[in-house]
Design a binder for this molecule. Structure first.
Ligand code: LLP
Length: 440
């Protein structure tokens, strides 16, 4: 009954022999027991092959379904560190950095300027200065921002500017993940975009593209169609009213994934890209507009399934008829269940799929001083002993980026796995790190 869960794990998941002769979970050719012993827990491991495969899936789908030029931007907010930034840059992706902080990581990773794109809904002076000096593309959220860019620009090469359109259509997802609706804080409506192009034409700013993003973690590809229709209509107006054509169009990211076996099967990356490409080509041809470069911008669907979180069960408790498995991590490294009611699954690392099921479901919680520190509710799991390791799949996107030091928690180590080799990408925080910003 637990076997379905294996398909939530990275592509390289396998059951291999462990030292106690029970089969254990292997990823990227590495035994998770061994990794936990070497790097400690909680531990986040990433399977490089799964990331490579997701990039390839986008690439193949774009070349198969879109007749024009196309590319991929990785939304770095899903998971950003030097190792991931280098990997995405080596794949030839653009790297979306939200503000000066992520840009700093991209630069430390040696990502070339041409591959850096900057986002941000309310960029401060430091963001704008860094973006103008170091990004190849800057996505402009609003007209006041454009005016500030005009004041700051000059003296160097100005990045290509893309205007963020507010299409008026969100996708069906958690309320906190919706961005495309009429009253969203993000982007500009059609009239504002026309004014923005006129402003760039007057001031000589290099506006070359349009961008929109309807929201994150949606599951029906057809939801992009109304927004694409709106943006194609805007492109038609821009050509007629401003004699301006977009060289690039980015329909954002947001393609969803399966976190739990109940979310399977999930529409593929190819179905999503095919729908975007078909709707765009059809609509543009109805306006006799040329095809812009299509630049998709996924985050989660590139990295989430590559990541697995490994926790150790400290205590098994029964309270009021509930079986509690108390883990050494929780809301400090994964706030998503508390924030979005995100539903995860898990397997024991040793003998993961062939143990005898028991009728009593498990409630997995962390060590923090909140009842909301609940990682997984009501999950069928076999008898689990204290000291065992549990692996939570689909942990590669947003968890670590939203991690905190709540209760003095130390952010976990991050390890990249490939062909049986484990490379530390980020060390575990130490208690001394907790004092780094204090004036002592
Ligand atoms: N492009 C823009 C402009 C975005 O704001 C985002 C995500 C993406 C692309 C990538 O979306 P993705 O493909 O990863 O769904 N913390 C939340 C997700 C917030 C997403 C914010 N923007 C979570 O844990 O689910």
């Amino acid at each position: 009954m637990y076997r379905d869960r294996l398909s939530l794990f990275p592509d390289t998941v396998a059951l291999g022999p462990a030292k106690d002769d029970r089969p254990s979970l292997h990823i990227g050719g590495c035994d998770l027991n061994g990794l936990a012993a070497e790097f400690g827990t909680p531990l986040y491991v990433y399977d490089q092959q799964t990331i490579d495969g997701a990039v390839q899936a986008y690439r193949d789908a774009l070349s198969c379904h879109y007749p024009g030029a196309a590319g991929i931007t990785y939304a770095g907010k899903a998971c950003m560190n030097v190792t991931i930034a280098r990997l995405m840059a080596a794949h030839g992706l653009l790297l979306d950095c939200t503000g000066v902080g992520e840009l700093h990581i991209a630069r430390a990773a040696g990502v070339p300027r041409a591959q850096i794109l900057m986002h941000g809904v309310n960029k401060n002076q430091a963001d704008l200065q860094a973006g103008l000096a170091q990004a190849g593309t800057l996505v402009v959220d609003n007209l006041p921002e454009l005016q500030r860019i005009a004041q700051l620009a000059g003296g160097g090469r100005t990045p290509a500017l893309w205007l963020r359109v507010r299409p008026g259509y969100a996708v069906d997802t958690h309320l906190f993940h919706q961005t495309g609706q009429h009253d969203s804080k993000f982007g500009m409506d059609a009239d504002e975009c026309i004014n923005a192009v006129a402003f760039c034409q007057r001031t000589g700013l290099p506006v070359t593209g349009l961008h929109f993003h309807q929201g994150s973690h949606f599951h029906a590809a057809a939801e992009v169609v109304p927004a694409l229709d709106m943006v194609c209509g805007l492109m038609d107006r821009l050509r007629r009213e401003r004699n301006w054509q977009a060289e690039a169009l980015c329909p954002g990211g947001g393609w969803g994934i399966a976190y739990h076996e109940a979310d399977l099967p999930h529409e593929s990356i190819e179905e999503y890209v095919a729908t975007v490409a078909a709707a765009l080509t059809e609509k543009l041809s109805s306006y006799s507009l040329p095809l812009p470069r299509l630049q998709v911008e996924p985050g989660r669907s590139l990295v989430a399934r590559a990541g697995v979180a490994i926790y150790r069960v400290g205590t098994v408790k029964r309270a009021g008829g509930r079986r509690w498995l108390l883990l050494d991590g929780g809301m400090a490294d994964n706030i998503r269940p508390a924030l979005y009611e995100a539903r995860y699954s898990a397997l024991p690392v040793s003998d993961p799929v062939s143990r005898t099921p028991i009728s009593e479901n498990a409630w997995l919680a962390g060590p923090y001083c909140e009842s909301g520190d609940l990682l997984i509710e009501d999950l069928p799991l076999p008898e689990i002993e204290m000291g065992e390791l549990l692996a939570v799949p689909v942990s590669g996107a947003y968890q670590l980026m939203m991690a905190s030091n709540y209760n003095g928690a130390l952010r976990p180590a991050v390890v990249m796995l490939r062909d049986g080799v484990a490379r530390l990408a980020q060390r575990r925080e130490t208690v001394d790190d907790l004092l780094l910003r204090d004036i002592v």
